[in-house]
Design a binder for this molecule. Structure first.
Ligand SMILES: [Cu+2]
Length: 377
């Protein structure tokens, strides 16, 4: 028994080395847009090596089995006067074709199990980030570690004109996002995934990480990027009509740059941490409200405000929009299929109210955050 284990161990040490030689050069040769992306983490390297290792085993078995089969068919063809042998049960053959595949499977399972176990080990993370899937964007909340408290949404940033073919496509076509997930290099980052509507899946191949994001559940995965740069992924679970338009971008930066980014982000958040008592100017509210509208309203009411009547009423020339108390009521409490938005802040709601009053050809007007505070009561 010990002897067998030793042999297996020997093969395990030698085989990957030998394979690495063959596959390393082969991989370099076929490193192209059709292959896996160049790994930027130890896990991704392991996954890449496993992929090559299994592909070669499967390729060799394919060539061998079909080779023997076609050779036999050709060699023992009828026109040559071949006569079929007539025998049953050959113990030797049966043992061989049971034992050899068994050994091959063990050889494949050992390194694969090791890697899968390593992928599941999310302990001792330096940074924990929650990734929430939405139809169709990702939300990030930095939960623990440097940057704790930062949160933002990342949406597709590729301009519509490129998608419709009216403009040349950029290199990262359909991979650019409004804001990448920024992480420090050489730190263990734990990603907690969940979703807000349907199942999505968060992953970045170059970092060797992928995990389903399931509504009502949390799952986790991790990565430790070993290279500075931006790495791309996408949603890997068919999640509806814009499934192909919710990319993931992870920007890996040096520890110092990360600290700087955190400081900048915190400052921006403090600036945005709205003082509801402040009197906002109309253009400030409209600009802010446009973002709130894009994020929350335009799926139903359309970017043009025209909606899709009769299901989603047009906001153009709407009496409700013109009548501030009624507008605030419908925003806070919803009505029929119109969701309630009381989860948004006073500033966000007053901004979006001001925006819809002033856009789409509507007459204009302003709603201050203080009015919302009053309307909530
Ligand atoms: Cu998705």
């Amino acid at each position: 028994m010990n002897r067998i284990l030793e042999v297996i161990r020997g093969i395990r040490c030698v085989a990957p080395a030998a394979l690495a030689l063959v596959t390393g050069s082969a991989a370099a040769a076929i490193q192209s847009r059709y292959n896996l992306p160049p790994p930027a983490s130890k896990l991704a390297e392991d996954i890449y090596a496993l992929h090559d290792f299994m592909l070669i085993i499967c390729g060799a078995i394919f060539v061998l089995v079909f080779g023997v089969m076609f050779y036999s068919i050709w060699k023992h063809r009828k026109s040559k006067g071949a006569v079929a042998a007539n025998w049953h049960e050959n113990t030797m053959v049966e043992i061989v074709w049971t034992v050899i595949p068994f050994i091959i499977i063990i050889l494949m399972a050992l390194p694969a199990t090791r890697t899968v176990v390593a992928m599941k080990d999310t302990t001792n993370a330096d940074l924990t980030v929650k990734a929430t899937g939405y139809q169709w964007q990702w939300g990030y909340d930095y939960l623990r570690g440097e940057g704790e408290g930062i949160s933002f949404l990342a949406r597709l940033a590729t301009p519509r004109a490129q998608i419709e073919g009216n403009e040349a496509k950029t290199v990262n076509y359909l991979s650019e996002v409004t804001e990448p997930l920024v992480v420090p290099v050489n730190r263990k980052v734990r990603i907690i995934t969940t979703a807000n509507d349907v199942i999505h899946s968060w992953g970045v191949p170059a970092l060797g990480v992928k995990q389903d994001a399931i509504p009502g559940f949390t799952r986790d995965a991790w990565f430790r990027a070993e290279q500075i740069g931006t790495f791309y992924g996408r949603c890997y679970e068919l999640c509806g009509k814009d499934h192909a338009f919710m990319p993931i971008a992870v920007q890996v930066v040096s520890a110092e740059d990360y600290t700087k980014w955190v400081a900048g982000r915190k400052q921006a958040m403090a600036a945005l941490a709205d003082d509801p008592a402040k009197a906002w100017t109309q253009p400030e509210l409209v600009a802010r409200g446009e973002k709130v509208y894009q994020a929350n309203c335009q799926v139903c009411h359309q970017p043009t405000g025209l909606g899709a009547p009769p299901a989603f009423p047009s906001l153009v020339g709407s009496k409700v929009v013109a009548n501030t108390p009624e507008l605030l009521q419908i925003l806070l409490n919803g009505r029929n299929a119109m969701p309630a938005w009381k989860g948004l802040s006073d500033v966000e709601l007053s901004a979006v109210a001001t925006h819809v009053k002033s856009s789409f050809g509507n007459k204009g007007g302003i709603v201050q955050p203080t009015e919302l505070r009053a309307a909530r009561k």
